[in-house]
Design a protein around this ligand. Structure first.
Ligand code: NAP
Ligand code: ZN
Length: 349
């Protein structure tokens, strides 16, 4: 066993406290990673607060992990000590079902293993990236290209891939009109990525307070959803809408913004059900869809795409003592645009 330093919550209300966690001894295909940076995703908050179901505490969240390989198992072939690597939302899957075989491990028919809050194949409870080290099988480790700093690489492992995957799947490209709802961690990556793919990008945010940022990030247009005129003006406009909002919003109003055959893909994951007026779908053969993170192969493709197009998230680097404060700001939609924890500030327990 390897003892790692970590920050954990011991109940739904927090706060974070320093703790020590055990990482398993390296299996032949395992990689020990010294974590340098960990992003804060809204999913960390939904999970830790029990919004998505029961949680076992203490919980160490964090599935946007960037670091350096510190040790490799006897049969590891893909990575060597010193390599710059990342780990996202999954650390394992069955590897045998048709989805795993297709490189879509996130949809593993036997259930992928989440980076935290899951039971792994060894019967151990997984703990995430708000920690000094993690042990992961090499198949679930990705390489961070040299052109991307480790601090800004971290959010790509969830916010990046979760928006890249649906943009690719539904064909964001020149000539396509894409709208992004919510300019937070996922939303700001969706804007950058859709712009780099050549699509015409519109941001739909609650207010115009971040309009300058949105345009600088690559949006062509920016509208406030608090203004009812927005929905009249943009009716029937978009080929694809990526909804990143973490709360239940009026889906039918957003569906009415789609053109014929358009798709609204939900990546935001509010605990409450979203209701849809079917007439907002059938009149224009529209689709209402969902998408979850992305497979390992596609995650590597996304990292390489970001390096090639010089895309990186906008981050606010914080010390480990400020995680609670950062969570409060995420909940208040006061994030510009991803908090990243400097793991060197974790300290010893
Ligand atoms: P975030 O940084 O908090 O961004 C969410 C954005 O939603 C906010 O910045 C805000 O944008 C908007 N928003 C918040 N409350 C709203 C409300 N009541 N009404 C309308 N808009 C509101 O969160 P995130 O980390 O990007 O995550 C977003 C969601 O995606 C979460 O539910 C998360 O769990 C989920 N997620 C899903 C996947 C997946 O695989 N599908 C992966 C990661 C995360 P404006 O201020 O611009 O309005
Ligand atoms: Zn996430």
């Amino acid at each position: 066993m390897f003892t790692a330093n970590a920050r954990a919550v011991f109940g739904p209300e927090g706060p974070f406290k320093p703790t020590a966690i055990e990482r398993r001894d390296l299996k032949p295909h395992d990689v020990l990673i010294e974590i340098k940076y960990a992003g804060i995703c809204h999913s960390d908050i939904h999970t830790a607060r029990g919004e998505w179901g029961p949680v076992q505490y203490p919980l160490v969240p964090g599935h946007e992990i960037a670091g350096i390989v510190a040790q490799v198992g006897s049969e590891v072939t893909k990575y060597a000590v010193g390599d710059r690597v990342g780990v996202g939302c999954m650390v394992d899957s069955c590897g045998e079902c048709r989805h795993c075989q297709n490189g879509e491990e996130q949809y593993c028919l036997n259930g992928m293993t989440g980076t935290y809050g899951a039971i792994d194949r060894y019967g151990q409870y997984t703990q995430g990236g708000y920690s000094s080290h993690i042990v992961v099988t090499e198949e679930f480790v990705v390489r961070i290209p040299d052109g991307i700093g480790l601090d800004v690489a971290a959010p790509l492992l969830c916010a990046g891939i979760t928006t890249y995957s649906p943009l690719r799947h539904w064909g964001a490209a020149p000539g396509k009109k894409v709208a992004v709802v919510g300019l937070g961690g996922l939303g700001h990556m969706a804007v950058k990525l859709a712009h780099a793919m050549g699509a015409e990008v519109t941001v739909l945010s609650q207010t115009l307070s971040k309009k300058e940022d949105g345009l600088r990030l690559g949006a062509d247009r920016y509208y406030a959803t608090s203004d009812p005129e927005t929905f009249k003006k943009l009716a029937g406009s978009f080929d694809l809408i990526v909804n990143t909002v973490r709360a239940a919003i009026d889906m039918s109003a957003y569906l009415s913004l789609l053109a014929l055959d358009g798709t609204l893909v939900n990546v935001g994951a509010p605990a409450e059900p979203l209701s849809v007026n079917v007439f907002s779908l059938i009149g224009h053969r529209r689709s209402f869809a969902g998408s979850m993170i992305g497979g390992i192969r596609e995650t590597q493709e996304m990292l390489d795409f970001c390096a090639e197009h010089r895309i990186a998230p906008e981050i606010e680097l914080i010390s480990a003592d400020r995680i609670d404060e950062a969570w409060e700001r995420v909940l208040a939609s006061d994030v510009r645009y991803r908090f990243v924890i400097d793991i060197s500030t974790l300290g010893n327990v």
